[in-house]
Write a protein that binds this ligand. Structure first.
Ligand SMILES: [Zn+2]
Ligand SMILES: [Zn+2]
Length: 174
């Protein structure tokens, strides 16, 4: 099979990361986001998990970024899908809660009062344990005022709340 990843001509205005991507296959490890270039199998030998190339939701190529201070060579997968905004699998609860807060901040359908209320609600939830049932009314408020944001949190809800809290929420909407 002929490779479609031919080297680009010198004058082609691509970022160095895109150029480097054209040099081979760079898979992202879901454990920490580090890259494995041209792996022998499909797994990360360091973390024992399956590597990925594409977003798990929209299936488009996951963006590579450089975390190196000394070169623009890609070192890691980006924190979010650049197409559908799905968060990377290595983000923790703190980063995911910040992501939900940012969705609320970006939701044009909310009044200023609703936005301020939800931001305050999320700031309270973020300091609670995932198993804390006191978070249920807060999640419910998010569901009622910003249903699109609530729906967008579905793929990460396991990281944000324990099984018990999720059941209590489901029972409310049952
Ligand atoms: Zn790994
Ligand atoms: Zn995506």
């Amino acid at each position: 099979m002929v490779s479609t990843m031919l080297p680009l001509p010198e004058f082609f205005p691509v970022s160095r990361i895109e150029w480097w991507r054209s040099r081979g296959m760079h898979y992202v490890c879901p454990a920490t986001g580090h890259l494995v270039s041209n792996p022998e199998g499909r797994g990360c030998p360091e973390h024992g998990v399956k590597l990925f190339l594409n977003c798990r939701v929209c299936r488009k190529p996951w963006k590579l970024v450089s975390e190196s201070m000394y070169s623009s060579r890609a070192t890691d997968g980006a924190k979010f899908c650049r197409f559908c905004f799905t968060p990377a699998p290595w983000l923790g609860r703190r980063e995911l809660m910040a992501w939900v807060r940012h969705q609320v901040q970006a939701d044009g359908g909310l009044s200023e009062g609703e936005r301020a209320e939800l931001v305050a609600v999320l700031d309270r939830i973020k300091d609670m344990e995932p198993s804390d049932g006191n978070a249920v009314p807060g999640w419910r408020r998010l569901h009622d005022l910003a249903p699109k944001v609530f729906a967008a949190t579905k793929p990460v809800r396991e990281a944000l709340m324990s099984e018990g809290v999720r059941r209590a929420l489901d029972a409310l909407f049952g």
